[in-house]
Design a protein around this ligand. Structure first.
Ligand code: TXA
Ligand code: MG
Length: 315
């Protein structure tokens, strides 16, 4: 089992070489740790699904070191060009049409004619992507349905025996996944709440985003499936206080909290702590995780989205 390696030039080169030879590499981004593979190599991409035990219909995000590299893979309209430029590099992935001559694996986007693509803000992630010289498919580096990893230790505990190499960049600064925005429809559609807030997007757009749900009421993004982010213990959402046997995840001033996302009530701090604290409270010492209400604004939307799914009845 590989121990996490510190980020040095030498280890970045090793990781890049592993990616080019079709191996899985876990690496930090500003959102969560990614489980990376060469996005042009179907077998490497298949290893991701296998390692994660992920349903094949769940398409992956492609990571590029810059917008220039992204242009080799997907079609940019003039609007997409201007809009993506406002947000990249950053915690946001855009759905764009696959180019006809795109070298990307078909498995990667689970048969869809579109691809989710992102230029991460984390400078170390971009160093790796540049060194790899191939686009990198990377879902969050956790087994399917488990909590997303925000430290190298989370990755090691969950997938350590299934990756070639783990780069250790410390704790992720944001702690929630990228926002997913579909630019193939007009107005753009918000498919997943994440690090870039809906308010910010709508301010830049100057108008509301369209809904993330199709006419039949089903989520357009398979990642929006109800119980996607589930700890092993049941989760009780909007809990004003702690009941016997429960672990209590607080927000704002609280004397009940076993862990507090942010005692100061800061949503950015809460997002950074979210997955790490859910990991810590997901322990047989308790029978359930109760979570304090979080304001439905800014990053609070992404946090609530994850919590709602963690609390959703299991299939
Ligand atoms: O922050 C992040 O986005 C992390 C880091 C590693 O970059 N990655 C991540 O990937 O969260 P993943 O695979 O866990 O989430 C991919 C999301 C899912 O909600 C998926 O359904 C959606 O993107 N997605 C991918 N391709 C799509 C497509 N062509 N159309 C619609 N949704 C797509
Ligand atoms: Mg995930």
């Amino acid at each position: 089992m590989p121990s996490p390696l510190p980020i040095t030039d030498e280890n970045i080169d090793r990781a890049a070489e592993s990616l080019r030879t079709g191996e899985l590499v876990a690496f930090p981004t500003e959102t969560v740790y990614g489980l990376g593979a060469d996005a042009t190599n179907d077998r490497a991409v298949a290893k991701i699904y296998e390692a994660k035990n992920r349903p094949h219909f769940n398409p992956l995000i492609v990571h590029c070191p810059d917008a220039e590299s992204a242009r080799q893979l997907v079609e940019f309209s003039a609007f997409a060009e201007a809009f993506t430029q406002q947000f990249w590099p950053g915690a946001i992935s855009f759905i764009l049409p696959r180019r006809r001559d795109s070298p990307l694996s078909l498995l990667l986007s689970a048969g869809l004619p579109t691809v989710a693509i992102r230029v991460p803000a984390d400078e170390r992630a971009r160093r790796l992507l540049r060194a790899a010289r191939v686009p990198v498919a990377a879902p969050s580096a956790n087994s399917s349905g488990r909590i997303s990893p925000t430290t190298a230790a989370h990755v090691e505990a969950d997938l350590g025996d299934r990756v070639s190499l783990i780069l250790d960049g410390g704790a992720c600064t944001l702690g929630v996944e990228s926002t997913v925005v579909d630019l193939t429809v007009s107005p753009p559609a918000l498919l997943r709440q994440g690090g870039v807030t809906q308010e910010t997007l709508e301010a830049v757009l100057g108008s509301p985003l369209s809904s993330s749900l199709a006419e039949d009421g089903q989520p357009k993004s398979p990642g929006m499936l109800a119980s996607h982010y589930a700890p092993s213990l049941p989760v009780r959402f909007l809990a004003g206080s702690k009941q016997p046997g429960e672990a209590y995840l607080g927000f704002g001033p609280s004397t009940d909290a076993d862990l507090n996302l942010s005692s100061a009530g800061d949503l950015t701090e809460a997002a950074a702590n979210l997955f790490s604290y859910l990991h810590q409270l997901d322990d047989p010492r308790w029978t359930r995780i109760a979570v304090a209400p979080i304001p439905e604004e800014g990053l609070g939307r992404a946090i609530n989205d994850r919590l709602r799914r963690a609390a959703a009845p299991r299939a």
